[in-house]
Design a protein around this ligand. Sequence first.
Ligand SMILES: Nc1ncnc2c1ncn2[C@@H]1O[C@H](COP(=O)(O)OP(=O)(O)OP(=O)(O)O)[C@@H](O)[C@H]1O
Length: 481
Amino acid sequence: MALPGLSLPGLGLNSTPTPVYSGPVPPPSEQIARREDLPPQAEWRFEAAFSQQYSIRVLHGHAELFGVELANNQTYNLSGCKGAVFTWQGCQLEVTGEAESEYAAQETEYAVEWLNLHGMLETARDDRPNDGPRVLLVGPDHTGKSSLVRTLAAWAVRNGRTPTVVNLDPREGLLAPPSSLTAVTVGSQMDVENGFGISPISGPTITAVKTPLIYHYPYASPTDRPALYKALLTRIALGTINKLEEDPSAKQSGILIDTPGTLNDPKTGYDTLHHLVSEFSITLILTLGSERLYNDLHRRYAAGKTPDEALPVLKLAKPGGAIERDAGYMKQLRTRQIRQYFFGTARESLNPHSHMLGFDDMTVYRAKPTSADTAEKTSFGAAEEDDYDPSGNGSMVSANAVFEKVAPSVAMMGSTIAIKFCPANSEEFTVRDSAVMGYLYVADVDEARKKVRFLAPHPQRWGDRALVWGQWPEAVADLVT
Ligand SMILES: Nc1ncnc2c1ncn2[C@@H]1O[C@H](COP(=O)(O)OP(=O)(O)OP(=O)(O)O)[C@@H](O)[C@H]1O
């Protein structure tokens, strides 16, 4: 099967399939299945741990999880998930397993607000078929931005649309490991258990998903390397908008952009936010959970402007169920995402391949750490800003280079490595700006024999490409057992 994002020329001959490891299996629950009756417009909120089995089945009525309708009598495994099964007309659920927290909630006004928003976007799609809505979601962490994007995308797909979802939060990957900035046109309904899917080769359905456009931002926060982040925003905006030009239905369906909470900070985030609005030619801004952000953006983009000039800014409340995810949970989530990118899930396993390469057969660029660079930390982007070159023509030689060529070493073990769509010995700005072909996992480094064993989702070799070893996400030690 062709591998979107990794369909590379040049066959690797010493590639061997690696045994599938699908992660720790939650112990079977001794708890008896119980029934929960939900009245109309109520939701079953739950926080299920990674180590516990937790499943939900709809026995009667209709229910959905982040906009995706749950099939009746099908058991959905929701271990390691925090969310809410919502019902418009009422339903009966069968819940099995233990959750850290679970309850029926009836304060769900947010759902009506979201549905109205969906109706508004549908009207905009019908009114301007050649220019679908380009929606930017901003707000502090844990205010429901990703949930809203997922829900709006799912509802749009239910209406036969093909929205393009853009994830600009490097802490959470979309069809790729964390550190990815992804744009993907969603052509089929999402998966209840895995949302948009787990990797480009696995879709929510058997039908292949459309090829995502992936860029690599190898740091946790946009404020770590604002200039690099902005350069990548320019690339992903250009790439997405160009792609939509070739696909009228996707263009009409529009773009939904999820952003990290750090952009909500006036000192360190607004500059990037304005850059984002301009690069994507945003037509609607949605703020979640922050009055201040709403007022700041409304003042800048809407207040006192003529209807033609104004960019509408809407304020949405944070859903009552949206909760903070602590550092430990987020780390487990990242580990699971990385594992699933290579090995798939219990339902849909992937068969990664092992590639042994000599040190001389690869060119590795290391993203430099930022912590020592106090100037950059204290003034947003000041130290780097001069290097920002959206044209990408390389006319500026970087004094504050983000990447440096390094020799492979044991320090790489357990890291994910981005394969860039550029030749191994490219200029730094080319390495920076190139999209990602796919990711590798460093399974082993033998410094004595000068060999690295990579795990890749595909048997083909990637040829003469630059490999980027990021500062983010952290290494995962036990992916291969
Ligand atoms: N109505 C709800 N009921 C229960 N849980 C919810 C609800 N809405 C969202 N959540 C959960 O709350 C958590 C935070 O929500 P979400 O990820 O959508 O916020 P976010 O603003 O995108 O956060 P971040 O910026 O940190 O990515 C998630 O685990 C999500 O599944």
